[in-house]
Design a protein around this ligand. Structure first.
Ligand code: SF4
Length: 141
């Protein structure tokens, strides 16, 4: 369950980020590379608040939890698009976008950290699969 006071501001940060990404206009060719971490030498780090939002509707049925990929990618597509974390939103393979993702990450991670500080919420930032493992180990309601 997402920390209630953080949910709306987190979605607002994502909306603002989407505006900046639209302005940068990177091309996505739907290769799915961004979600196949091991294959492309990538580790997706996210905050606990983002993990709570991502996992708000639980894990996909039969989810495989490891550092190889994201179980929300099904049939090459993200099935958690509205709830996907910052690290997913800024990642594009488009060579014309090189460097912009890093700058957006720095800016919006700063906003996320400020939000945590303003609400006295501990900052916890770990690889995605750590949070997925926790969720998989939780008893079902
Ligand atoms: S949440 Fe969606 S975009 Fe992010 S890694 Fe998983 S499938 Fe890919």
């Amino acid at each position: 369950m997402t920390n209630a006071p953080l949910r709306a501001p987190l979605l607002e940060i994502y909306r603002s980020l989407e505006t900046d990404i639209a302005a940068a206009a990177p091309v996505c060719e739907l290769s799915g590379r961004c979600c196949r971490f091991r294959e492309f030498g990538h580790t997706l780090f996210i905050s606990r608040t983002e993990a709570d939002l991502l996992l708000e509707e639980g894990l996909p049925a039969g989810a495989q939890i490891d550092d190889a990929g994201c179980p929300f990618q099904i049939g090459g597509l993200c099935t958690a698009r509205e709830r996907r974390p910052l690290g997913c939103r800024v990642f594009f393979c488009d060579p014309h976008y090189a460097g912009k993702g890093e700058a957006l990450t720095e800016h919006y991670l700063g906003q996320l950290k400020q939000l945590h500080a303003a609400t006295d919420t501990p900052w916890e930032y770990r690889p995605l699969h750590h949070f997925l493992r926790e969720a998989a180990a939780r008893p079902h309601p």
